[in-house]
Ligand binder design. Structure first.
Ligand SMILES: [Cu+2]
Length: 163
């Protein structure tokens, strides 16, 4: 059993490599490390995390998120008001020129409602971002326990690549 789990982690790590980053066809914006925490099958609502990097000198607005794997997906912002945690829906999200926006636990996240298929650990599903200028980016979001490799942290003690 432990062996099977270890193998699963290895396969997940290898697969994660392929999902690290996807760019829009015009290279203006890039989705990095998209993942969703593994959850019990009874849960009908899942969170999605990723980084969104704007490589252009224009601000870019994310206006729609969808997936064949979910009935609906919203952009949410977690906030704490007087010590009470809540979240609100953002109708759209603007990414400033050259800025990087991080979707992470306790902050910005995708709220994905009613999964339409099982979500095995290490599996993935497609998500689509539509921007105000009409461009669309499709990427795979991976079901993971702890998230994908943080390329920025892990590259600091090896080689640093600039684009
Ligand atoms: Cu939420």
């Amino acid at each position: 059993m432990i062996r099977i789990v270890a193998l699963g982690v290895l396969v997940t790590a290898l697969l994660a490599y392929m999902y690290l980053s996807v760019s829009r066809p015009d290279n203006k914006i890039q989705v990095v490390d998209a993942w969703s925490p593994a959850a019990p099958p009874t849960m009908a609502m899942h969170a999605g995390y990723l980084s969104l990097q704007n490589h252009s000198s224009d601000s870019i607005e994310l206006v729609e998120v969808s997936s064949l794997a979910y009935e609906s997906i919203e952009i949410h912002q977690s906030l704490s008001i007087d010590g009470v945690l809540s979240m609100r829906m953002l109708p759209s999200l603007s990414v400033e020129p050259r800025a990087k926006v991080q979707f992470k636990s306790g902050g910005l996240h995708l709220m994905m409602r009613k999964p339409l298929a099982p979500r095995p650990l290490g599996g993935s599903f497609p998500v689509s971002f539509k921007f105000a200028d009409g461009a669309v980016i499709e990427f795979l979001m991976q079901v993971s326990k702890t998230g994908l490799v943080d390329t920025e942290t892990s590259s600091t003690d090896t080689h640093h690549h600039h684009h």
